[in-house]
Write a protein that binds this ligand. Structure first.
Ligand code: ADP
Ligand code: MG
Length: 695
């Protein structure tokens, strides 16, 4: 074993640096080979750009409360820095090193890579936690987790005492949880001077981050750790990306899926070997592109022989994920069709060609209509540059942008907007309240959310009975809702099922709503899928339909064949069973008695209304196109074609979520009685005439 400098021991001598302004130390990077058989992985580790900065990073972390590391994707930030910290002793004495990611899939992928590099079993020294899935043990030294899960951990341990270093990774993404986390970590730092933060990011907005973490030295802190610098240190890891040639289309394309597919075939035909990475927006268009390419392979063998086409989006099974990272066989060309998860969170080796649709799925919230949806929206220049960069990892590459140069130069926004400024804040507000942050507008945000969104969130939480007149969490309801790791509306639904005697049913609904879809993807099999859905369809809507599917699944003995026959996604159903079990435990801990209402769907719908009353909609009379209006803000909305109530159009419904394409479509709806609205939310609705109205 080589010697590593351990924090707290005598520091290595500082020498001048020849590498461009970055600190370098004499006890320079040497490696530990942790056993036999890892030599090639060790070599790979040493070849990563971040390796040269190993000692510098350890020195900065030792001497600074906050260290900001900027480095190109693939330079080794995520997989290496936690290992360096561990080797240097930051996980000694029962302490844990945490590394957060905005995305669940990235958490799993990097944790499994680091476990492999260290030659340990995933879940032991190296573990991960994502919502509803905990792969850690008491011996875990390096823990990867989503930023959302770390926020939840603060409810039990507000100062996050078990962590010695917290690395907030992918900070440039500015996910809503990352921003909340940064604000809270800044507070924690004042109470825990020994805690170290590393903020890592793929792009250079380090200055604003640095300004945010600038804290004036306080007397208490100074006494605790006199040598600790409170100014954040910034370290920039020089990458070694190769040149990437950019190609634009001459005229705007009307169908980016088709254009992407043609470009793949063109590259395959004309360009030397090297893998292709295609950026589309979500599961649907990715699967459409996979299908087009697979059909091409069937119909026209010549143009596509040797292509291995793989999708990459969240919700993929473990086996599917592994295919993405496995090396491309000789004589083949891998085509990975991905969401923007491959933009910076995951590195795929061997990519030489990138095709950029110019779009991604983004969350947008409108506080006036109070509707949040995921829409396919143009990316920013910063994103476009990141995407292009993915082509230059192994050798000079090419990026094909499916938009014009003129569009890129003149119309594309420079930077994206932080998610907190385009999200519904209900979950965010309740989490902060649960952590005792009462003045939410006055909270120290890296980017302030809009007051309108904040007020909307407060209104909803007040009407759910979660906040009182002083905007404090109510006891016990408010605290209980905060404790359930779900949207407050769903949590409220679960809690209210106790009195209504239908907790068994409502837990199933909540579990199904926690995953994307229980149906197999609908591309090309819409008719079969519709027929399958009809077998389970309930007149009360999609949420009750879920109960029929779940029952059928259990009766089949959780059979994959049964799922296959009914166009139901087997992996999704297994997840539902697993999530439901975890929710059941949480609910029971909170005093919910398990009880089934058997066939009485009225109480189930009532429980649903108790959570989702703010999403009530009424069918517009005198129109015949299925138009609804939200009671709350009079927005025009329609039932989504995938719903069992599509074209049925009952008069009163509540919805779970909205997706917007050509129209605003409600997904997962349930029928309700209008009189329930006033009954469950008297602060919200009044009823003078025949129909409930807003106060
Ligand atoms: P960064 O966080 O700076 O973007 P990473 O630490 O994620 O970089 O990746 C560093 C390198 O580790 C990658 O360039 C790649 O070579 C390798 N790597 C990372 N994840 C995997 C994986 N799942 N399978 C194989 N190699 C991987
Ligand atoms: Mg990374």
């Amino acid at each position: 074993m080589s010697q590593f400098w351990k924090p707290g021991t005598e520091k290595p001598r500082l020498i001048d640096d020849e590498e461009g302004g970055v600190l370098f130390l004499t006890a320079s990077a040497s490696s530990s080979s942790s056993g036999y058989g890892f030599a090639s992985i060790e070599k790979q580790r040493q070849r990563l750009p971040v390796y040269k900065y190993r000692t510098a990073i350890l020195y900065l972390v030792e001497t600074h409360a906050t260290t900001i590391v900027v480095g190109e994707t693939g330079s080794g930030k995520t997989t290496q820095i936690p290992q360096y910290l561990k080797e240097a002793g930051w996980a000694d004495g029962g302490r844990v090193i945490a590394c957060t990611q905005p995305r669940r899939l990235a958490v799993q992928a990097v944790a499994s890579r680091v476990a492999e590099e260290m030659g340990v079993k995933l879940g032991e020294e190296v573990g991960y936690t994502i919502r509803f899935e905990d792969a850690t043990s008491t011996g875990t030294l390096i823990k990867f987790l989503t930023d959302g899960v770390l926020l939840r951990e603060m409810m039990d341990d507000p100062l996050l005492t078990k962590y010695s270093v917290i690395m907030v990774d992918e900070a440039h993404e500015r996910s809503i949880s990352t921003d909340i986390l940064l604000g809270l970590l800044k507070k924690i730092q004042r109470r825990r001077p020994e805690l170290r933060l590393i903020i890592s990011s793929a792009t250079i907005e380090a200055k604003s981050m640095s300004a945010f973490f600038q804290t004036r030295r306080r007397r208490g802190l100074q006494d605790a750790e006199p040598a600790l610098a409170m100014e954040p240190a910034i370290l920039s890891v020089e990458g070694r990306g190769f040149n990437v040639q950019i190609h634009y289309v001459e005229d705007p394309v009307s169908d980016y899926i088709q254009a992407a597919v043609s470009t793949v075939l063109l590259i395959h035909d004309k360009e030397p070997f090297g893998d292709i990475l295609v950026f589309l927006t979500g599961q649907e268009d990715i699967e459409a592109a996979v299908k087009l390419l697979t059909e091409e392979a069937r119909d026209n063998r010549k143009s596509s022989s040797g292509l291995i086409v793989l999708p990459l989006y969240s919700g993929l099974s473990r086996a599917e994920q592994e295919l993405i990272f496995s090396p491309t066989p000789r004589g083949k060309r891998k085509v990975v069709i991905s969401t923007n998860i491959a933009e910076t969170s995951l590195t795929l080796e061997g990519v030489v060609y990138v095709i950029d649709s110019g779009f991604s799925k983004q969350r947008f919230y409108n506080p006036v209509s109070d509707i949040e949806n995921l829409v396919v929206a143009p990316i920013s220049k910063a994103s476009a540059r990141q995407r292009a960069g993915r082509a230059g990892r192994v050798r000079p590459g090419k990026c094909y942008r499916l938009y014009t140069e003129e569009y890129f130069v003149n119309e594309m926004a420079t930077e994206g907007i932080p998610e907190i400024q385009r999200s519904n804040l209900v979950s965010c507000v309740i989490q902060l309240k649960a952590l005792g942050i009462d003045n939410i507008l006055g909270f120290d945000w890296p980017a302030s959310p809009s007051p309108e969104s904040m007020i909307r969130a407060l209104e909803v939480l007040y009407s759910l009975g979660v906040l009182d007149d002083d905007a404090k969490l109510t006891a016990p309801l408010g605290f209980q809702v905060a404790e359930i790791p779900l949207d407050p509306m769903i949590s409220k639904m679960i809690l209210s099922s106790n009195q209504l005697g239908c907790s068994e049913e409502v837990l199933t609904i909540a579990a199904v709503l926690s995953i994307q879809s229980i149906w197999v993807s609908s591309r090309g099999i819409q008719k079969e899928l519709d027929e399958a859905e009809l077998r389970f369809a309930a007149a009360e809507g999609d949420l009750v339909t879920f109960l029929n599917v779940y029952k059928g699944f259990l009766q089949s003995g959780k059979s994959s064949q049964w799922c296959h026959k009914n166009y139901i996604n087997y992996h999704a159903m297994k997840k539902v069973v697993d999530i439901r079990e975890q929710l059941r435990r949480i609910a029971q801990r909170l005093g919910v008695t398990l009880k089934s209402c058997d066939k009485d769907m009225q109480v189930v719908r009532k429980a649903v209304t108790t959570g989702f009353f703010a999403n009530a909609c009424r069918l517009e009379p005198f129109t015949h196109n299925g138009m609804y209006k939200t009671v709350r803000t009079s927005q025009e909305v329609y039932i989504h074609p995938s719903s069992v109530l599509f074209r049925v159009n009952p008069k009163w419904i509540v919805y779970h979520s909205i997706v917007s394409t050509d129209r605003q479509y409600m997904r997962n709806v349930a029928t309700i009685e209008p009189s329930w609205l006033r009954e469950v939310a008297p602060h919200f609705y009044r009823q003078d005439g025949p129909d409930p109205m807003l106060h």
